[in-house]
Design a protein around this ligand. Structure first.
Ligand code: APR
Length: 234
């Protein structure tokens, strides 16, 4: 721990599972009763905008009924107290990291509480339902869509993420199956640049073999314990 200064933490759906938000690849491979390709691709949005918008409206509305869990709170604490560089990169589109108080945070797969204009590309904070053909407050066109990075689209802030991975002494992956690239490849990038690598997950992820250390269990237990270790070693 003594040599660790720069840390990158990747989080996935498993982090929010104990808050009551369903993971993507749960039993049956369905996400809240839908095949991922029916609600999470540009083709699906084109084919059935009503379904896709309604699906994310429901997810956005559900945020009012859930709260950050012990793992979100522990990560907010390490963010506040860690003196070195730290970046939390989340694949989650919920707002539980920020509600727990995390500041050094990138939502690489977009955010439920945001709408994206498909024409002008401006992103708008969005709390309520977002029917298809909602007008963009900037350009006025009826082109707002959920600000979710669909399969086949480029995740946000990749340059900043790659830079942080290149400088990381420690890479920690929490609650992600390692099934979706580019996030699934971050462990290899971090290793290549000499970082120590740690996985905290309920089950071994697809890329588990890439990690120097893998701890299995619920995030609500493992993450606070790991944060204690990190901050205790300062
Ligand atoms: N604590 C820790 N890990 C957990 C918990 C828990 N309480 N519950 C589940 N997990 C683990 C599962 O074992 C699984 O490995 O979390 C992981 C969740 O995997 P996915 O459902 O595949 O979620 P994620 O890896 O975040 O998905 C990546 O896929 O569909 C896309 O864009 C979507 O961001 C998402 C991306």
């Amino acid at each position: 721990m003594r040599d660790i200064r720069n840390t990158v933490i990747l989080t996935g759906a498993g982090l929010s599972a104990e808050s009551g938000i369903a993971t993507f690849r749960g039993p049956g491979g369905l996400w809240e009763g839908h095949r991922v390709e029916d609600v999470c691709t540009p083709q699906a949005l084109h084919r059935d905008p009503e379904l896709v918008h309604r699906f994310y409206d429901e997810r956005r509305a559900k945020l009012a009924d859930v709260a950050p869990n012990a793992a979100h709170r522990a990560l907010a604490r390490v963010d506040a107290e860690w003196p070195g560089e730290l970046l939390i990169v989340t694949q989650n589109v919920d707002d539980l990291h920020e509600r727990a108080g995390a500041m050094r945070l990138i939502h690489m797969h977009g955010e439920l509480k945001s709408a994206l204009c498909a024409l002008c590309g401006i992103r708008h904070a969005w709390e309520s339902a977002l029917p298809p053909e909602s007008e963009c407050p900037d350009c006025g066109e009826p082109a707002l869509r959920p600000d979710i990075v669909f399969f086949g689209e480029m995740p946000y802030r990749m340059e900043a993420i790659e830079r942080a991975l290149g400088a990381a002494d420690l890479f920690v992956s929490i609650g992600t199956s390692g099934a979706v690239y580019p996030a699934a490849g971050f462990v290899q990038t971090a290793r290549y640049h000499g970082a120590e690598t740690l996985e905290l997950n309920l089950d071994p992820s697809e890329g588990s073999g890439w990690f120097g250390e893998s701890r299995l269990g619920p995030a609500g237990t493992l993450v606070p314990r790991w944060v204690e270790e990190m901050l205790g070693g300062l």
